[in-house]
Structures are given as C-alpha cells and as structure tokens.
Design a protein around this ligand. Structure first.
Ligand code: 3H9
Length: 710
C-alpha cells in the first residue's frame, strides 16, 4: 500500500484512510493505495466490511488538478479512475464511504462507487469540474443521476455548486448523516450492513426512468444565460443526458470522450489558471507565511457614502463591530438607509435570515463624531477622492487612533506614501481599495506604501479572507493595478468611437468577447463625472501633444453623467433600459471632424484587439515595474474586479493563449499607426515575446516583489 493510504482494523471492519494533505487530492499513489487497501480487505477472511475515510480536514477534494497540465502537455498519459471505481463497486464486502469536509469531483465519484455513504453534518459534496472548464471524468455524470435523480445531477454537474450534507441525504447521495465521531458512526453503520447484499450504484436505474427531457433544455437555457460563453456546462448536460439514453458502460464512454475534449480546451487551461492564480495571490515573497497579523477586533469607517457604506457592511459581515462616521446627519441617515435596504433585499431573496440581518445592523454604530475611534484596531477612510481632503483626515485620525491602529485608505488613484506622510505611523498606513459595490465585489487591492509593515500586509490579506474577498497586493503606482490598466482600455474604447465605430459596436464587441459589460456602458454605470473629476486632478501629468479622448469630458461638462442622469454614451429610461443616443453620436462625429480624425469602418475584431491589448500592454508595463507581483495577480484583479470572463483566464492569460509574439506584432502595428507614446510596447512584453516565453512562465521566476523590494 502507498504511504498516502493506510489500512487499520476495528474488529471485523477494515478502515482505509487517505492521508494526502492538504485536501486528499487523488494524486499519483492515492488511487493505487485505495485499490490495494480494498483488495487486501476483500481477501482477508477476518474482514466483513470496509470503511473508507479521509485523514485530516476532509474526504477527497477531487483529482489532483496539477496533474491535468501534465496530461495536456503530453508529459503524462491520462490515467483513468474507472477501473478502480469498478473494483470498489464489485467488492463482495460492503464498502462504506465516510465523508467529512468536502467530497468534490473525483472525491464524490469515488464515494458514489462505494455501496453506502455516511456523512458528517457540516460536510459538502459536489461536482465542481465545470468551474475548471471540464466535466466529471470518472462516471460522475453516470452515477450521480442514478443516486440523486436526473434534475439534481444536471444542476450539480452543469453549475458546479456544492450541496450540504442534509441535501445530500435528502436527495439520496448519502444514506445517513452521522452526528459526533464520524469514524465510529461509519464503523457502526458497516456492522449494520455487513453480510447483506451490497447495492451497486451503476445498477440502480430506477431514478433514470421517466426523467423529464425538458430538464436538459431548461438547463441549457440557464447555462447560456448564467455561464455565458462557457462550453463545459453544456458539455456536462450532454453527458448527464447520455445517462438517460445509454447503458452505464456506454454512458461512461460518452463521458470520457466529452471530458477529453474539455480537458484539451483553451477554456479549461484558462479556468485552471484562474484557480491556481487565486491561491497564489495571497503569498507575498518577502512576507513569511508565519508573520503574525494584528488582531482586528474593532473597526471604524470614515464616510457613509457608496464606498464607506459598503466597507462598513464588509466589516460587520465579517463579525467585526464597526463605527461609521459622517459629517452631517443627513448623509449618515442616507448611508444607513442604503445599508438597511441592501440587507432587507438579501432577506427578501432568502440569502440572509432576519436574525442575521438584525445582528449585522446591531454591530454598526453610526455617528457624527470620533467617539470610540481610539478603540479601533483599524480605521478605514472612504472620503472623497481628493489628496488635500485625505491628508486632512489622516492627520486627524493619526492623533486619535491608538498606537498600533492600522490606517487604511480606500483611495483608487492617489499616492499612498503622500497620504502616509502626514501621519506619525507610515508603517501602519496601507491602501485598501474596494470595488463598487464594495459589499458585493470580491476584489480588494492592498496597496503597499514604502513604509507599510509586513504585519500590516499579513493583516490585510487575512482581513480580505475574513471578508470573503480576494486580496491582491499592489505597488503604489497611480491607479495601482486595476485602474491603471483601465486607463488605456477606456482610452482605446473612446478612440475607436472617434475613428468610426458606434457606441453600440464597442459595447457589443467587448460583451461578445465575454466582458460583463461593454466599456462605455461601464463608464455610464460608474458615472462619467467620476473619470472627469479624476482627469482634472491629474491634468498636469498629461504629456503635451499626445492624443486624448475628446468625448467623455464634453459629455460630463454637459451634465450627461450616464445612468444617473439618464444620458451619457447611451440613453437610459427610468428603469435604466439602455438605448442609442443620437445626440452623443452626433457629438462624436462633430468632435472627430473638428480634430481632423478620419472616420472609417472599424471591425469588432479591431475593437477587441485595441481594447484588450491596451490592457495587456499596460499590465506588462506594471509587471515589469514590479507594481504587480505576478501576471496571475493581474488576472485575479481583472477577473474579480472588472468583469473579465473567467474562461479566458484574465488579460495576461488571454495574451498567453494568443501568443505574445502575435500580441506584440499587433501592438507594434498600432504604434506605427497611432503614435509612439500611446502604444510603446512594454519592455517585458518584448523580452518575453522575443524569448518565445509566456507570462505564466515569467511567474515561475523568482524576482522582486510589488514595490516592497528593491
Ligand atoms: C476532478 O476531480 C475531475 C474528476 O472528475 C476526475 C477525472 C478523472 N488538486 O482552496 P484552498 C490545493 S477535478 C490539487 O486554499 P480551502 C490548493 O491549490 C477537481 N491541489 O483551501 C492549495 O494549495 P497551496 C475537482 C488542490 O480550505 C491547497 O490545496 N475538485 C486541489 O479554502 C489548499 O486549497 C475541485 O475542483 C486539487 N483538487 O478550500 C476542488 N484542491 O496551499 C478544488 C485544493 O499550495 N478545491 N488544492 O496554495 C477546492 O475547491 C478547495 O481547495 C477546497 C478547500 C474547498 C477543497
């Protein structure tokens, strides 16, 4: 037996334990170990039943995802789990699977090959493969409908969401929930079933008969809507449908064919990249994993506007009591009313209980003074985006805050070192840049100033996790990672409009590429006054003679701020339904004509290339400058904060999939046509393209970190 799997005995029950931390993935050695354990127990006359259980915090969380890359590259042949699962199912002695933690993907497939499943009350089971761009590949699409019914199997395989133990029992996936000691309960269960005929899941066809064929069409419609652009959910539905039309063995064959197609797809490569990118992002090379975080027991927020209100919700959602301060009673009341309305909506939708809402509200103290700020472990500033104002606020709170209290600014563009300079504690000053709506968006940019301490960074990362967000470290560069890249992206969206594309073309081209919304629609949603104000603040930094977008500022000057005023790039009715704006179209033509810009037909392909390669090039600039630690961190920012399609893996992963040579060549064409300043290729992009390398390969090289290291 392998070291990863051990076998002990409790009387006449053999207990096979998987020990492959942290999540007992089915890495090489684990399936072999289980097979040997089952074979030994089957052959041992003293054994009457078998229990399979996970050591540590979980049952099996699935196949080892790292192995997929090796299979795709041809480094390794694809092994199949199916023979092992048949051996388990064919075992003459009952095999009881004891599930705690998570039985995901291949883990649930192993569990379903057992004759019985018992489950801890807080365990979860699921087939999340679609989130990696693949489908269950070890008969999950064939055994699950036999246990749980076709509708449940379609839902779990196509959408990938896990279900809880109670649901697993109710739907027939698990036979019994075990309170208390799971192993003891599983052994007792094994005694109950020892000597009885063991049911084989693959022979249980009763739930397949009479399945409503409309289930599949409904699921396909839903997948097209909620998983727009993704191929795996539709493939998973096809595979479950096969279970209703083919024998078990033929169904497995069909599933294997579909699985292989998905595994070799660009989407799967991108989604697996995104999975590991999100797990790498919290690791900061010069901040050791054991750096003690500062305990955050109480928080205070300055500003109850859109951002301050959302940030306040994040703290109380994480169980942290929070004071929120405003300057006028009216603003405070307005902010609290929005917070209450947000929670009430969640209660209405069944996402939150009334008791939880009351608890969360009770942790918030709204006030107009700094009372109690001296008790806070962290003070988050969310005032207007203006350096003078931020400095005044930081100078004030520095005097009130207790020693060791972290001062976090929600600035989205400003220099965090300049803000820190007015305090006597620059090591405790950090940027916590949330994305609107702050209580919903998962991204938190953690901006490192030159003095920010390692403990503050470790605390910020831990806090992000506590708030169910993904924290990304960014260097102190104007706009940090996300907004700095957004500048060239929005610039190109406006340039192509000036050159002849319609507003609708630009929005449609990027939406069809997979973005959550088009760039100009995004501007209208955020408010055209926001960028207008920011541009005024940074006007002095504009290089003379370099082309600037013409239209957005003019729209803002006319009071056309987008959705909030009903007019912007597009028109909006009272229900925010969008329609083309002839007035804006005429303004674009007029301004372009006055500037001598030649109008022409612009293809959707060019719109996408101009916008997305502008993102990529700026991403490569800031990666080369050390503003981002890794290309994959940039991807995490765009996937979680800017609606970039997960199945493209983020802008840098997308560039890898196109090929950096191709991307560079196109950027050079744009540079030749549109001027040297706007499209200067990032040195790092050129370097990697010339070496035939990818951003992913660049990420594996050890080097200096986001602004914290030389
Ligand atoms: C599959 O099963 C296909 C089948 O149909 C079979 C076909 C033949 N493999 O997330 P965490 C690592 S597809 C390799 O931070 P948590 C992870 O990278 C698979 N590594 O912990 C991290 O490493 P590091 C279907 C894995 O407690 C560490 O474990 N299964 C795997 O927040 C801790 O992870 C899935 O899609 C893996 N399968 O969450 C489940 N899983 O420390 C994917 C984790 O070096 N996993 N790692 O950064 C998860 O959803 C979460 O990890 C889980 C734990 C909920 C289990």
């Amino acid at each position: 037996m392998s070291d990863l799997v051990s076998c002990t005995h409790q009387g006449d029950v053999a207990v096979i334990t998987i020990n492959n931390p942290p999540v007992n993935a089915l890495s090489p050695g684990v399936p072999e170990g289980i097979r040997d354990g089952i074979a030994a127990a089957a052959a041992d006359p003293a054994v009457r039943a078998i229990v399979v259980i996970g050591g540590g915090r979980t049952f099996i969380a699935g196949a080892d995802i790292r192995e997929f890359g090796k299979v795709v590259s041809g480094e390794k042949p694809r092994g199949s789990l199916l023979p092992l699962l048949l051996e388990i199912e064919n075992c003459a002695k009952p095999v009881v699977m004891a599930i705690h933690g998570t039985a995901f993907g291949g883990g649930l497939e192993v569990a379903m090959a057992g004759h019985y499943r018992v489950i801890a009350p807080n365990a979860q089971v699921g087939q999340p493969e679609v989130k990696l761009g693949i489908i269950p590949g070890a008969a999950g699409t064939q055994r699950l409908p036999r246990l749980a019914g076709v509708a449940k199997a379609v839902e779990m395989c196509a959408f990938g969401e896990p279900i809880r133990a109670a649901d697993a029992v109710a739907s027939g996936i698990a036979d019994r929930a075990i309170e208390g000691d799971l192993l003891a309960g599983a052994v007792a269960f094994a005694h109950e079933v020892a000597g009885k005929p063991a049911p084989k899941t693959r022979e249980r066809n009763e739930k397949l008969a009479g399945a409503d064929p409309a289930i599949f069409d409904r699921a396909r419609q839903q997948a097209k809507k909620t998983r727009r652009g993704q191929t795996a959910p539709l493939a998973a539905i096809d595979a479950v449908e096969a279970a209703t039309k083919l024998s078990f063995d033929e169904g497995c064959e069909r599933e294997a064919g579909i699985f292989t197609g998905c595994l070799h797809s660009t989407q799967s490569r991108a989604l697996i990249h995104a999975f590991f990118a999100e797990r790498a992002v919290s690791k900061i090379p010069d901040v050791p994993a054991d750096t003690a975080p500062i305990e955050i027991g109480r928080a205070a927020v300055i500003g109850a506007g859109t951002m301050g209100g959302g940030i306040t919700m994040n703290y109380t959602n994480a169980g942290i009591p929070v004071i929120v301060k405003e300057t006028t009673q009216e603003a405070l009341d307005r902010g609290m009313a929005i917070i209450r309305k947000n929670y009430a909506n969640s209660v209405k939708k069944g996402k939150l209980s009334q008791a939880a809402m009351d608890e969360r509200l009770a942790r918030i103290t709204p006030q107009l003074t700094y009372d109690g700020f001296d008790q806070a472990d962290i003070i988050a500033e969310a005032v207007f985006e203006n350096m003078a104002l931020k400095k005044t606020v930081f100078a004030e709170i520095d005097k009130i805050a207790k020693p060791g209290c972290i001062l976090a600014s929600n600035t989205s563009y400003l220099d965090i070192d300049e803000i820190a300079s007015v305090t006597g504690r620059p090591e405790l000053v950090v940027g916590h840049h949330y994305f609107s709506p702050a209580n919903v968006m998962r991204l938190l940019e953690i901006v490192r100033g030159k003095a920010t301490s390692k403990a503050v960074l470790a605390t910020s990362m831990a806090l992000a996790k506590r708030m169910s967000k993904v924290g990304v470290l960014a260097g102190n560069s104007r706009g940090f990672i996300g907004n700095r890249m957004l500048g060239p992206y929005l610039r190109e969206a406006q340039f192509v409009v000036e050159e002849g594309a319609s507003v609708e073309d630009v929005n449609a081209a990027l939406y069809d590429f997979g973005m959550a919304m088009g760039p100009l629609a995004m501007g209208d949603l955020a408010g055209l006054d926001v960028g207008w104000r920011a541009r005024k603040e940074f006007k002095h930094l504009e290089k003379p003679g370099v082309r600037q977008p013409l239209v957005a500022d003019r729209l803002a000057e006319m009071g056309h701020f987008g959705q909030k005023t009903g007019r912007g790039w597009s028109l909006y009715d009272e229900n925010r339904n969008q329609s083309p704006s002839p007035e804006t179209a005429a303004l674009i033509e007029q301004l372009a004509r006055e500037a001598g810009i030649e109008r022409r037909a612009v293809t959707h392909e060019e719109i996408v290339e101009r916008c997305i390669y502008a993102l990529v090039n700026e991403g490569a600039h800031l990666l080369g400058e050390g503003v981002a630690l890794r290309a994959s961190d940039i991807d995490v920012v765009y996937l979680n904060g800017y609606g970039f399609p997960a199945w493209r893996g983020g802008p840098m992963c997308y560039a890898d999939s196109v090929g950096l040579k191709t991307v560079l060549a196109r950027i050079e064409e744009f540079q030749a046509k549109h001027g040297p300043d706007l499209w200067a290729p990032a040195p790092l992009l050129r370097q990697l393209a010339e070496r035939g390398q990818t951003f992913t390969e660049f990420d594996t090289e050890p080097r200096a970190s986001a602004s914290g290291r030389p």
